[in-house]
Design a protein around this ligand. Sequence first.
Ligand code: ZN
Length: 82
Amino acid sequence: MSIIQREGDWMLCECGNEPHTDGFFTCDETGKIVEPTLTEWTTNLYVCVRCGHYFDYDTFTTVGITDDETTHYNDNYWSNYQ
Ligand SMILES: [Zn+2]
C-alpha cells in the first residue's frame, strides 16, 4: 500500500499532512523520530507526525503505523522543539 504522493521534493500524506503543516520527520524502523544524521538515520524512512504512517522515502511505500508508545514519543519529541 502506498498512501503518500510526491512531486519532486513535495510530499502529501493521505491524511492531508504536508511539509509546511505538521511535516514529516526522519525515523527509525519503528517510526520513532531520529535526528537526520548519517549516524542516527540509517533507515531511509520518514514518519508523518499527523497520522503516524511511516514510509520509505525512495518508494513512498508505507512501512507501518506507529504504535501508541511511539506516537507518544514523537509527540513529545516535537513539542521539545517548539
Ligand atoms: Zn499522514
